[in-house]
Write a protein that binds this ligand. Structure first.
Ligand SMILES: *[C@@H]1O[C@H](CO)[C@@H](O)[C@H](O)[C@H]1NC(C)=O
Ligand SMILES: *[C@@H]1O[C@H](CO)[C@@H](O)[C@H](O)[C@H]1NC(C)=O
Ligand SMILES: [Zn+2]
Length: 989
């Protein structure tokens, strides 16, 4: 999206009569002089201005990704990526000095496929000569607040793989480029460092932070992005661009802009060369005041610019010529075509020290009352769908490997993982999972994910048919969260297989919609499994609407082996009315062997939580509230609450209800208290027999807006924990960062928005703690959260707003659909665990992994063939507790990509924050590993060829890269927070 919301007058055709000639081919170029070797010479005694022609092409925002590619629906926004690439290539050929960078491989790939081989050759030559350079190079430019690291790594991997396979070494980007995302995550910086980037540039940061950094010349810095990885493994040089990502004022020469062209024929009217040169010299010198070296960068382009690249290049050619002509008159400004990597090379050669940063760039505010903290929660249903799709993709990838080639083409037809992989990559875009796109575009992202999942279903069915030896048709029930599954609702005998994508076995509760009242369930060994039948709740009946009719839910716990499946058979014993009826008197407590949850008998609300093993007890009350989104008539500022921005009209949220009506169900499998607050807010507090976490299943919506008030619904946990204004949130699902109320680690915060300015992104978990107690909340999607008063943690669940927030999307965030014409209903789960701080990570790390990589359920009707293999594990043994199997996917015919991750930070756990060694040859049960090569994190460079620029922080010894020896080729050691990426050559045993 655009950095500002100017209205450009489009389509103004400008005619030039001035003719310039260029010294073509002034230097002989090696056939492959790309990268740093292809940079233009600079002048060490002058101020060098690096002009970077670029376009910012959103992979969907106001239009869908394909509409942007084709230039369709130009009535919404004039933008056509295919024409941009056509035009830029054309213009690059006209003058070898010209440069262009391209960023979004998802678009480039679409264009490349359609080119003739001679055009492809031409483009390869431009890339080999460094005239066209890829930066960033992921499929999209990912959002940083609401993305999970596993999906970010995947989307970078497919983009960079395409570039490497198409262009080889010259296609490898040296620079990460996140010019538009709305705040910057530390984990993203850490990932970029591990992907081999030499530096990182971005455009947006808090306006107070920027002001201070400009003053102190600290807009270029060294980001130490991990507290656990040994420096400089996660060190990333970071530069903040001067004008967001736009050109300096007055120098925008795109067809979307209205600035004066350079009129350089003295015979014609309005000759303006002197004026342009003077204005440019002034802009350059002003900018140089806030940066450290005699090099500055100017981004010459913006959203979807260069569709008619001639306009830009013709004027830039002239600008360079006329500004540099002044050197003869004593000017010391030298301007040149450049790229971010050429600029970075100069900064590196300057051999300076740089300020060190160890926190992150959240939250982002562009002015006193405009905090971009709403999008942490915007479109909560899309955010959940994206997260489930990630889980399904991981299972699909793994089953493609475990099932062998028959997975792609087998009993059930042709399946693939590629469609979902690409849909997921598109969904990581900073206007996709972020929830900041128009409604029709959000629908398109969801449709792509659904289509991808259909392709994966065929693959999964083929793979499981091969692994189980059963050809029975496999059915997937995607609406189990609202108790809809036609098969289980009607069948009197069916079986369920539970595929577990994690490297250790899991126990998982299953709830299946049924119409009988008694069932028998047996596991893979034929042993009976304790199961119970409960009536479907009123809230579930309301949210499923006409999609299903089950009266009951069959509940039992399943266990699935590491990287494998286990099967359960279910038979109906009895039809008839529900056997268990609820108690309606207010409960005082529910408990299992690990936890006790207490309730206030007068209000029906939660009142306390105890860990029975550690003998910890805290007071814990929980309720639902809403902030009233500003509608633009506030005296201090006209800023509204919208898709991006959270701006409550008052700092005191409105309580939805002071009481909940309750029903309680208690049996040997689950204890649950169903709370009903109002017609649009309900919750179930659940404790399964074997769970060390309490589940809060919330259902919110349709949020009423007939009172003309936009509502931002939160749940708040108020506890007796003494938090001293601190709380903790994860960064992209990985390392945890400390947050302090009304505080920023690197500048003196002037407080303007007491609530919105304290919101932070939560990807998978947040916690509050004191010396004895830590309460961790594991979320099932990205959400915004804050700790406004001591002992309190609030999480924003749903937003329904009536106004646009003037950041370009041009719609109010007011979600509805045909099924929900009265407004979207959203359901999700929070898992709470209470542990001593010293061991809490041992509980919440695996818990969060289970929610992120959840078991994949599939069903077959009737009796199973007696030869069916009922259980399978792809691993020889469970991985050690510290190790997470992050990626297992087919790379090419004989190799698979494997990522193993140490999932603990260095300070988190006495038991688990230790180096751990894994033997790659003893990993798989059905695969022999014949060879191994290690790669960088994004799998586009061999590890032993990975050489990054070294940068020195201020006030500190330059870190020395410690290299660790693995015990052997096959035995590899992982240290806290380390991810290691391998290409394994494998065959089936
Ligand atoms: C960089 O600066 C250090 C001192 O700060 C000096 O020792 C070193 O030689 C310099 N390197 C280069 C390449 O100029
Ligand atoms: C990069 O692509 C080339 C072919 O262009 C291939 O030979 C090489 O193995 C690839 N590198 C990596 C790290 O995959
Ligand atoms: Zn954008």
């Amino acid at each position: 999206m655009a950095a500002s919301c100017h209205c450009f007058v489009a389509g103004l055709l400008l005619l030039f009569s001035g003719v310039l000639s260029f010294p073509v081919g002034q230097e002989k170029r090696d056939a492959t002089t790309c990268g740093y070797q292809s940079c233009h010479a600079t002048k060490p005694t002058m101020l060098n201005v690096h002009l970077v022609p670029h376009t910012h092409d959103d992979v969907g925002w106001l239009k869908t990704v394909d509409q942007y590619f084709y230039g369709d629906r130009n009535n919404i926004q004039h933008a056509g990526v295919q024409y941009i690439l056509d035009s830029v290539v054309d213009q690059l050929l006209k003058n070898p000095d010209r440069r262009f960078i391209y960023v979004e491989t998802g678009f480039f790939y679409r264009w490349w496929k359609q080119q003739s081989s001679s055009m492809q050759q031409t483009v390869k030559q431009l890339v080999n000569q460094g005239r066209l350079e890829f930066v960033n190079g992921g499929w999209c430019m990912s959002d940083e607040a609401t993305t999970h690291y596993s999906a970010v790594i995947d989307q970078m991997t497919i983009g960079l793989r395409f570039l490497n396979e198409t262009f080889g070494i010259c296609g490898r980007p040296r620079v990460a480029w996140h010019i538009d995302p709305f705040g910057h995550a530390r984990e993203h910086a850490s990932l970029f460092a591990q992907m081999g980037y030499d530096g990182f540039f971005f455009g947006r940061l808090d306006y107070q932070d920027r002001a201070r950094r400009m003053n102190a010349k600290e807009q270029e810095l060294l980001w130490r992005a991990s507290d656990s990885l040994t420096p400089p493994m996660a060190d990333l040089f970071t530069g903040i661009l001067p004008n967001g990502y736009n050109p300096p004022e007055g120098f925008c020469w795109d067809q979307l802009c209205t600035d004066d062209p350079i009129r350089d024929d003295t015979d014609l009217e309005d000759y303006n060369v002197d004026d342009v040169v003077q204005r440019f010299l002034h802009a350059a010198k002003t900018q140089a005041l806030v940066y450290k070296t005699n090099h500055i960068i100017m981004t010459m382009g913006s959203d979807f610019q260069y569709e008619n690249a001639n306009l830009w290049y013709k004027n830039l050619d002239k600008l360079i010529r006329y500004v540099n002509d002044q050197q003869g008159n004593g000017s010391n400004v030298n301007v040149l075509y450049s790229t971010p990597s050429c600029y970075l090379q100069e900064l590196h050669q300057a051999n300076l020290t740089w300020p060190l940063k160890t926190d992150d760039f959240f939250p982002y505010a562009d002015s006193a009352h405009s905090f971009w903290t709403g999008y942490f929660t915007s479109r909560p249903a899309l955010k959940r769908y994206e997260r489930i799709s990630n889980s399904n993709l991981q299972s699909c990838n793994q089953l493609e490997v475990l099932g062998g080639p028959v997975s792609r083409k087998g009993l059930f037809g042709q399946g693939d993982s590629e469609t979902l992989r690409k849909a997921m990559a598109v969904a990581q875009h900073h206007d996709a999972v972020s929830g900041t796109e128009k409604q029709h575009v959000a629908n398109d992202y969801a449709k792509r994910l659904a289509k991808g999942w259909q392709h994966c279903q065929v693959l999964v069915s083929n793979s499981l048919a091969s692994l189980t030896g059963s050809s029975a048709e496999r059915i997937y029930c995607d609406y189990l969260n609202v108790s809809v599954c036609p098969l289980t609702e009607s069948s009197s005998k069916f079986s369920l297989s539970v595929y577990n994508p994690l490297g250790r076995s899991v126990t998982w509760p299953v709830r299946l919609p049924v119409n009988g009242t008694a069932y028998a369930v047996t596991d893979a060994q034929g042993k009976p499994v304790d199961c119970q039948v409960l009536p479907v709740s009123r809230a579930t009946q309301e949210v499923r609407r006409s999609r299903g009719f089950a009266k009951n839910e069959l509940v039992f716990q399943v266990r699935a082996p590491p990287l494998g499946y286990s099967s359960y058979s279910v038979s109906l014993l009895q039809d008839g009315p529900p056997s268990s009826s609820p108690q309606h008197q207010a409960p005082t407590s529910i408990q299992n062997k690990f936890l006790q949850v207490t309730f206030d008998p007068d209000t029906g609300l939660l009142s306390g939580l105890s860990n029975l093993e550690t003998k910890q007890t805290i007071k814990l009350s929980q309720n639902f509230y809403w902030y009233n989104g500003s509608n633009g008539n506030n005296v201090e500022s006209l800023q509204t609450s919208g898709a991006y921005i959270f701006r409550p009209n008052s700092s005191t949220p409105v309580m939805v209800s002071s009481k909940a009506r309750v029903e309680i169900f208690q049996n040997s499998v689950v204890q649950e208290v169903r709370q009903w607050f109002t017609p649009w807010v309900s919750q179930v507090v659940r404790l399964y027999a074997d769970s060390k976490a309490v589940e809060l299943e919330w259902t919110v919506g349709p949020v009423p807006v007939s009172d003309e008030q936009g509502k931002e619904v939160i749940t708040r946990l108020d506890t007796s924990i003494k938090t001293a204004e601190l709380f903790y949130t994860d960064s992209n699902g990985r390392e945890v960062l400390q947050r302090k109320k009304d505080f920023r680690p690197t500048w003196q915060l002037k407080k303007t928005e007491p609530i919105a300015g304290n919101y932070y992104p939560i990807n998978s978990r947040a916690f509050i703690k004191d010396d004895t107690d830590q309460l961790t909340v594991v979320t099932d999607r990205s959400q915004g959260g804050a700790s406004i008063s001591n002992g309190s943690l609030e999480i924003m669940l749903h937003r329904r707003l009536l106004h646009d927030d003037y950041r370009g999307v041009g719609e109010a965030l007011n979600e509805w659909s045909e099924l929900f014409p009265d407004g979207l209903v959203v359901r999700g789960r929070l898992l709470l665990s209470l542990e001593p701080p010293a061991t809490a990570a041992d509980a919440h790390r695996p818990l969060a992994q289970q929610v992120v990589s959840q078991p994949l359920l599939s069903f077959t009707d009737g009796d199973l063939n007696p030869n069916t293999r009922l259980e399978f594990s792809g691993l020889q043994a469970s991985l050690p507790p510290a190790v997470h199997l992050l990626t297992l996917s087919q790379w090419d015919q004989e190799s698979v990509l494997l990522r193993l991750e140490h999932q603990f930070q260095s300070w988190e756990s006495k038991a688990s924050s230790q180096p751990v060694t894994v033997n790659l040859q003893k990993l798989f049960s059905t695969l022999d590993v014949l060879g191994v090569s290690e790669l960088n994190l994004s799998a586009n460079q061999w590890k032993d060829e990975m050489k990054r620029y070294d940068w020195s922080p201020e006030k500190e010894e330059k870190p020395l890269l410690k290299t660790f020896e693995d015990p052997s080729v096959w035995e590899i050691t992982l240290r806290p927070m380390e991810i290691r990426t391998f290409l394994l050559r494998v065959t089936f045993k």
